[in-house]
Design a protein around this ligand. Structure first.
Ligand SMILES: Nc1ncnc2c1ncn2[C@@H]1O[C@H](COP(=O)(O)OP(=O)(O)OP(=O)(O)O)[C@@H](O)[C@H]1O
Ligand SMILES: [Mg+2]
Length: 113
């Protein structure tokens, strides 16, 4: 199993949530985060004054999936978040050792979805 961690634009969360559900993954974890990538933040203007924002608000979406669904989920995430502008986000993939559904005590893939 794999854990996919996607850092996305907050305004894309709703469409991502819907796309994941349609791909058979209704379960997910989200966290409101701040971060920056290559551009190290952004300049903004307020009442004519330019100022630098070192960190920008993003949402982190975590989904654990079975190995054979990994590419499908990555494609789903790309298609639902791409704008072509800087700051579109990033996807990180990790190996997952075990999953337990507490209610049923199911383990592994059976406990996923
Ligand atoms: N190397 C990294 N390690 C951890 N988090 C990262 C890394 N790069 C980006 N992030 C996270 O992803 C968010 C979005 O990054 P962003 O899309 O700006 O990446 P980028 O590499 O600058 O690409 P782009 O040039 O398209 O903007 C950042 O706000 C940060 O939270
Ligand atoms: Mg960037």
């Amino acid at each position: 199993m794999k854990k996919i961690e996607a850092i996305i634009r907050p305004e894309k969360l709703d469409v991502v949530r819907q796309a994941l559900e349609e791909s058979g993954y209704p379960g997910l974890t989200i966290t409101e985060i701040e971060g920056h990538g290559m551009q190290k933040g952004a300049f903004q203007q307020w009442r004519g004054e330019k100022y630098k924002l070192d960190f920008l608000p993003k949402v982190k979406v975590e989904i654990v999936c079975i190995d054979k669904d990994l590419e499908k989920i990555i494609q789903t995430l790309i298609e639902s978040t791409y704008t072509g502008n800087v700051g579109d986000g990033k996807i990180f993939v990790y190996e997952v050792e075990e999953v337990v559904r507490i209610r049923t005590r199911e383990r592994g893939e059976r406990a996923l979805v």
